[in-house]
Design a protein around this ligand. Structure first.
Ligand SMILES: Cc1ncc(C[n+]2csc(CCOP(=O)(O)OP(=O)(O)O)c2C)c(N)n1
Length: 352
């Protein structure tokens, strides 16, 4: 790919090792999600499994720019963001298996991705629920006068939820240090974005209604993701202003792995074309090979290591202990864990 953004300062500053690290992260995410699909199909997991395969450039590209003061929060399609935040494959797969050693002690499954050590504040199952939480995180940064940005990922289907617009209003009004990143993969649950959203040209343009800057990005081009997210990050750090970014991408699988309709609301030809010509892992590999940063041997080694890591994580998750029955009400509400009067009567939020 001949990226017009390869020569932007933030990309020229990338070292060879950093470029390879981005590739390694994408390959590890791909391997982990492929392992999860195998286990899900073998009946090892309950509930839902939704993967980011086809969208890996986004989590990897954005994370490569973030510093120790920056934070990430996402929707339910969050495995890539979890791995990018430094979550181990073991903790991730064990969570998907519902095991006690999972990142949320087996109580959240796919919708319980959470890694505070990597400042990843969760993947949320309710569409757009993460967007006001992101505004709250950003408000906290502002109140504490801490330098940092909150990157909030959401899907194209989530943009029509009312709370997203409330969050945008507050972000625009209060100058919140937040970047909303719409991963526009073309589809909500089973409906194309064109049939679900009243819009002209794009989704991000709605930001204008809240006096927020916005931009569009091609998800195939990792250099473009980095260059334009960098501009948004500078806007946060320098001006304390939010941004909405919309990244065009595609999910190779259905809304979830159990989505039997995914070849009804889109054609097999469309899916195949995307896999063949728009696979972000292959595009970045070819880019690095053309730059002489990567060769076939190193690419193979990275792939083999990621596969071995995922195989070990599968064994770990299979053999891990299930949560104990007596822990079922723990870690649900702070009150329950601390035996408060509210927990004893069962009213957590309201007076009688
Ligand atoms: C408030 C709410 N309504 C409905 C659902 C059911 N639901 C689960 S995923 C989904 C589609 C989300 O689409 P999008 O935001 O584009 O994310 P993507 O699947 O493309 O990653 C819907 C409607 C939900 N989780 N939350």
């Amino acid at each position: 790919m001949n990226s017009p953004f390869a020569d932007s300062a933030v990309n020229l500053a990338l070292t060879r090792e950093e470029k390879v690290d981005i590739y390694r992260l994408m390959v590890r995410t791909r391997r982990l999600e492929q392992a999860a699909i195998l286990e899900y199909s073998a009946g090892q997991m309950g509930g839902w499994l939704s993967v980011q395969i086809g969208q890996e450039s986004i989590a990897a590209g954005v994370r490569s720019l973030l510093g120790p003061g920056d934070h990430v929060i996402a929707g339910y399609r969050a495995i890539g963001h979890a791995v990018a935040s430094g979550m181990s494959m073991e903790a991730c797969l064990a969570e998907l298996f519902g095991k006690a050693s999972g990142c949320a002690k087996g109580k959240g499954g796919m919708m319980g991705m959470f890694h505070p050590a990597g400042r990843f504040w969760g993947g949320y199952s309710v569409a757009a629920a993460q967007t006001p939480l992101a505004a709250g995180l950003a408000f906290a940064l502002k109140l504490r006068d801490e330098k940092g940005a909150v990157c909030c990922f959401l899907g194209d289907g989530a943009v029509n939820q009312g709370c997203f617009h409330e969050a945008l209003n507050l972000a625009g009004l209060f100058d919140l240090p937040v970047i909303y990143i719409i991963e526009n993969n073309g589809f909500g649950m089973w409906t194309s974005v064109k049939r679900a959203s009243a819009y002209r040209d794009c989704l991000a343009k709605r930001a204008e209604g809240y006096a927020i800057d916005w931009d569009l990005i091609h998800g195939d081009d990792l250099y473009e993701i980095r260059a334009k997210t960098h501009v948004a990050l500078q806007r946060v750090y320098r001006d304390g202003r939010p941004t909405v970014l919309e990244i065009a991408t595609y999910r190779f699988y259905g809304q979830s792995i159990a989505d039997a309709n995914q070849r009804l609301y889109r054609t097999v030809e469309e899916i195949e074309e995307r896999k063949l010509h728009h696979d972000p892992v292959v595009i970045w590999r070819d880019q690095l090979i053309s730059e002489g940063v990567l060769d076939e041997e190193l690419a193979q080694r990275i792939s083999d290591e990621a596969k071995a890591e995922s195989v070990a994580a599968r064994a770990f998750a299979r053999e891990a202990d299930a949560p104990r029955l007596e822990d079922i009400t723990r870690d649900v509400y702070w009150e329950s864990d601390h035996d408060t009067p509210a927990s004893r009567v069962g009213w957590h939020f309201f007076d009688a």
